[in-house]
Design a binder for this molecule. Structure first.
Ligand SMILES: Cc1cc2nc3c(=O)[nH]c(=O)nc-3n(C[C@H](O)[C@H](O)[C@H](O)COP(=O)(O)OP(=O)(O)OC[C@H]3O[C@@H](n4cnc5c(N)ncnc54)[C@H](O)[C@@H]3O)c2cc1C
Length: 445
């Protein structure tokens, strides 16, 4: 018996996994033939108005590994990933027409470009069916206990309203995949992987893909039982075990928040339920909040005056920005964090708060330059969490206090009392007067 659709196209975006992937599951059961595509736009690697790129070498390496893992899993099931190296709206309409696709599916993502591209693609392909599923958040829109336009202005009232709700259970990997159309049984993904090779220097366990994501989830919970101490360790600055490190895979969609949530629930039933196990869920609710915040506020997440519409008294200083990025400010703890970020593509949550506070409140810089630099450097870059947290710290977003300036000396004393972190990352090393910049230093490339 033939299926509902003859030929489907799965458009992978921030959901690089086969399990708990509702859009993929739907196509796998409803199509005779299936094409799976990932689009890597060249514009991601171009320099933007903030002198940064959308994606840097660390995340590129992770993305490449995630795509390779996806390809491997698909190949095992008789499928094959096609990677298109073009802007989505330039290549997909032609591709869809050329291959006579009659249904396109994807998982919803609240990003401004992601939403725009989906709507424009739909408009350009009026004869094709478009299906969108949810999977980037713990809750579906319909599960939220308020109208989304009444999203609370800050995190705490949001959390109090959602924390009793059980997310839907993750769905399984489809047992059967329809084959690709005959013309697409060979593709050039391997060659493209060579072209997009980035650098991975952090730590061997930071490998993109669903397999590594599941391995880290198992490690942090049942294998090491580190989850039981999460609340006590989570503010540390350096090392692998003090926090879950799941952000790399979550941000790239190699794992879903529901999979993590239900692993914590199982751990609480099987091993131990305490303040720490609750606290990892608490952090997932922070992520959830910023996703819905982006869904509601859209482009206002990226403007100087933020969602609050309140312009900070800051500006752009090339010499200060350069010193901050390089780790040569007068603040050793900030320097150490920034060098760690540049070398590894990761920084602790505590570190992110300190360097953001420094950029905005000590160096009086336009916060968006910091957010854009993080976007390029972080392996776990996530548009909602990054820009939402930056607005929060710049006092233009979801912080009810509106001003959060950290005492950097006090923080260094508390979190790096023996100066080990600063010594490891050579935070003291460069002493450069902040307001001196050589003509040759600008523009920064
Ligand atoms: C200025 C700034 C920028 C940030 N940019 C990002 C970003 O681009 N991508 C990103 O995933 N996180 C971002 N965070 C949040 C947080 O720092 C990272 O999620 C965390 O450090 C990742 O390490 P982990 O997975 O070990 O976290 P854990 O402490 O183990 O937390 C588990 C998960 O909870 C979520 N989470 C934890 N803290 C936060 C938070 N404050 N906001 C939203 N979600 C949170 C993450 O998904 C994380 O993986 C940012 C924070 C700040 C202050």
């Amino acid at each position: 018996m033939s299926n509902q659709y003859k030929r489907g196209l799965m458009w992978f975006r921030h959901d690089l996994r086969l399990s708990d992937n509702l859009a993929l599951q739907r196509l796998a059961s409803d199509c005779d033939e299936l094409i799976v595509v990932f689009v890597l736009p060249p514009s991601w690697r171009a320099v933007n108005q903030f002198q940064s790129r959308h994606i840097g070498a660390h995340r590129l390496a992770f993305l490449q590994q995630s795509l390779q893992d996806l390809q491997l899993r698909l190949t095992e099931r008789g499928q094959s990933l096609i990677v298109l190296n073009e802007e989505p709206l330039l290549c997909l309409p032609t591709f869809i027409a050329q291959h006579q696709v009659d249904v396109v599916a994807s998982n919803y993502h609240p990003g401004v470009y992601e939403r725009r591209d989906w709507v424009s693609l739909k408009n350009q392909c009026p004869d094709v069916v478009f299906l969108q599923e949810e999977g980037a958040t713990l809750y579906a829109l319909s599960q939220l206990p308020f109208d989304i336009n009444d999203l609370p202005e800050s995190f705490t009232p949001f959390r109090k309203r959602v924390e009793a709700i059980k997310p839907d259970r993750p769905c399984q990997t489809p047992t059967h995949f329809p084959p690709p159309p005959p013309a697409l049984r060979q593709n050039s993904a391997a060659q493209l992987f060579e072209e997009i090779r980035g650098i991975n220097t952090f730590e061997p366990r930071v490998v993109g893909g669903e397999s590594a994501a599941q391995a880290q989830l198992a490690y942090y919970t049942y294998e090491s039982k580190l989850l039981s101490q999460y609340k006590q360790t989570r503010n540390q600055l350096d090392g692998w075990d003090y926090s879950s490190k799941l952000s790399f895979w979550l941000a790239n969609g190699c794992i879903s928040p529901r999979q993590i949530y239900y692993q914590i629930q199982a751990y609480e039933a099987d091993v131990e339920k305490n303040e720490s196990t609750y606290w990892l869920k608490f952090e997932l609710w922070w992520r959830e909040y910023f996703y819905w915040y982006l869904h509601v506020h859209q482009h206002r997440l990226f403007i100087f005056s933020g969602v609050k519409g309140k312009k900070p008294l800051t500006t752009f200083w090339p010499q200060r920005f350069k010193a901050w990025m390089e780790g040569s400010t007068p603040y050793p703890i900030v320097n150490a964090c920034m060098k760690q970020l540049k070398q590894t593509g990761y920084m602790s949550n505590r570190g992110r708060q300190l360097v953001a506070s420094c950029l905005v409140h000590e160096l009086n810089m336009d916060w968006r330059y910091g957010a854009a630099y993080f976007e390029e450097m972080l392996i776990d870059y996530d548009v909602a969490s990054n820009w939402g947290n930056w607005q929060y710290l710049a006092g233009v977003g979801a912080d009810p206090r509106g001003h959060r300036q950290f005492d950097l000396a006090k923080q260094a004393q508390q979190y790096d009392p023996n100066g080990e972190f600063v010594a490891t990352w050579q935070g003291e090393s460069s002493v450069m007067p902040m307001n001196v910049v050589d003509e040759s230093d600008w523009p920064i490339t």
